[in-house]
Ligand binder design. Sequence first.
Ligand code: SF4
Length: 117
Amino acid sequence: MDSQAKHSRRKVIKIGVTALAIAPLAGLSGRAFATQNTAVRTALKFQDHPNGEKNCKVCVNFIPNKDKVNNDEAVNGCKLYPGDTEICTHCYCTGFVQNAAATKAGASFSPWAAPAK
Ligand code: SF4
């Protein structure tokens, strides 16, 4: 094996090791940024304000962000929006289904206090 071939092989190994070292960081940065599922948002006519008394906070599909209890920000999820992490409690879409527990509890209802299903 000549020195140029050895050098080339070393370079390939170095690139592979670098890629392996960076891979976990790429995963972290993907989680650090919020994302929107624009296809589902369009299909279900997502809006950033309620429709009368109907809003994400009292919808059975709402997935509250456990790291931000009682927030009213666009940092939550929804069962109908895979990968979307920007659902707010006061948002609304045509996928809305009233949460029976919210109806029963009234104004004191908190999706963070409700048992996970
Ligand atoms: S289905 Fe629509 S209204 Fe219900 S939580 Fe998801 S985005 Fe909000």
